[in-house]
Design a protein around this ligand. Structure first.
Ligand SMILES: O=C(O)C(=O)C[C@]1(C(=O)O)C=C[C@@H](O)C=C1
Length: 456
């Protein structure tokens, strides 16, 4: 008995020592965070992390500790640092919220920061809004979505992508974002790693961080046409890696990967038994060909879709995920916990929206992108011509340029744009969205030009 008490005393001592060390480490992280802010450095430093990881593994070998556990523990520590350093991050969303506040005060703002189509949902949606009451889709329902809606979605997807999915492969969610959240949170465990190719929509990282999952960032550049190299991906994978996120057509770059590269990435994922979370919400907005991850028929693939962009139904908050039924099962458990089910009337309306022809939306956005490309060229901005989506991700070649500062300056002049920093280590970039009519876009680009002239 006294043996166990002695051991427990020692255990307690070690635990409390570790807690004190955690406090010391977090305080240092805060200080490093301040320095980074002052010198304009982004929070995550992959090289530094790799350095630490190598040292941790080497110590494990010396002392005989399981490397996998030690690196998971390191991931926990790194995430704690990232959390304390990540306060006040300025993204397209924070600019959008500021813009909304200015509008409340009566200021006119041109919204080129957000990916919200200015056109209306299909007119069939209006009729559906009226008829849903009598149709009786008004009650609590199945967590994964109404069977009739999932059945319709399965048919829609099968026709579009030549797949053979059933309603068992679908979960309806309040926007694609929620499916991304449930997929990351239920399929991965704290300490696991997820690969995110940047520039990227910030929610992938934020969802992972929120669930104690370590994000491994792969940085791509305009010079490499926003393509990750196979070597970069292979170098990042270790026994803790569980998922890779793909998002093509990409937000913010509009990039679609060359088919061969995409095939190779899927091969690597299969070899390493990784989940592939493919956010395909811009699939309706493509210039030429594009290959869905569904076409690989990979049992660890999860595709997220939404009505926000395809049907201009942002305010309805409705999307869905397609995956193996076992994955859907896991996601639905968390969904049940969080929200019972997605509003039945909204599901009915979305189901009706599927009957409409929305191909004109793509033409509209592509024409606007052509205009933005031409304007970007006139202003000497560096861009890669987007293959799809609804944005131009542009580098502004001015001394001391800072996208956050710039976005705040244009906002004062009535133009909201998204700073590149929200999408990763891209301080000298901005994202310009093509979600306004051509006259408004020209007006916006004129404000951009005027603000640029204030720089050397
Ligand atoms: O060295 C840094 O730059 C830190 O912010 C510290 C730290 C860490 O916790 O060790 C945190 C995040 C970085 O990605 C790398 C390392």
């Amino acid at each position: 008995m006294s043996d166990i008490n002695d051991l427990r005393d020692k255990m307690e001592e070690v635990t409390l020592e570790m807690i004190k060390l955690l406090k010391t480490r977090t305080d240092i992280a805060k200080k490093i965070g301040e320095v980074k802010k002052n010198i304009g450095k982004v929070v995550t430093d992959e090289t530094r992390e790799e350095n630490l990881r190598t040292k941790v593994i080497s110590v494990c070998q010396e002392i005989g500790l399981d490397e996998k556990i030690a690196t998971k523990f390191l991931n926990f520590l790194l995430n704690e640092s990232i959390k304390v350093q990540s306060t006040n991050k300025q993204t397209h969303l924070s600019i959008f919220l500021k813009a909304k506040e200015l509008e409340q005060q009566g200021k006119k703002i041109i919204h080129m920061e957000v990916g919200e189509p200015d056109f209306l949902p299909p007119t069939i949606v209006k009729d559906a809004l009226e008829e849903v009451y009598d149709k009786g889709f008004l009650k609590y329902g199945q967590v994964r979505g109404m069977p009739i809606f999932r059945e319709t979605l399965a048919k829609y997807v099968n026709k579009k992508f030549k797949t053979s999915i059933t309603q068992e492969n679908i979960i309806v969610s309040p926007g694609a974002r929620f499916s991304i959240f449930t997929a990351i949170t239920t399929l991965l465990n704290p300490g696991d790693e997820i690969i995110v190719i940047e520039p990227a929509w910030p929610a992938y990282k934020d969802c992972a961080l929120n669930s104690g999952i370590k994000v491994r960032t792969i940085n791509t550049t305009l010079e490499s046409k926003w393509e990750p190299s196979i070597e970069q991906i292979q170098k990042t994978i270790n026994p803790n890696t569980k998922m890779i996120v793909l998002n093509y057509p990409n937000n913010p770059t509009g990039k679609i990967l060359p088919e061969k590269l995409q095939d190779e990435i899927i091969e690597i994922a299969k070899k390493n038994n990784l989940y592939v979370l493919s956010d395909e919400i811009y699939s309706e907005y493509v210039k030429e060909s594009w290959k869905s991850i569904l076409s690989y028929n990979y049992e660890k693939g999860i595709v997220t879709q939404s009505f926000s962009k395809s049907h201009a139904m942002t305010g309805f908050r409705i999307g869905y995920a397609i995956a193996d039924h076992k994955i859907i099962e896991k996601m639905s458990k968390l969904q049940a916990l969080c929200l019972t089910n997605v509003s039945e009337p909204i599901q009915y309306i979305a189901m009706k929206a599927l009957e409409s022809d929305t191909s004109n939306n793509n033409k509209t956005v592509q024409n606007r992108l052509d205009l933005l490309i031409q304007k970007a060229d006139e202003l000497n901005l560096d861009i890669i011509v987007p293959d799809g989506a609804m944005y131009v991700f542009a580098r502004i070649n001015k001394d001391g340029f800072d996208g956050v500062q710039f976005a705040n300056k244009t906002l004062e002049k009535g133009l909201a744009i998204a700073p590149g920093e929200g999408f990763g280590d891209y301080k000298n970039f901005i994202r310009i969205s093509a979600c306004q009519d051509e006259k408004t876009l020209i007006e916006g680009m004129n404000i951009l030009k005027e603000t640029m002239s204030e720089y050397q």
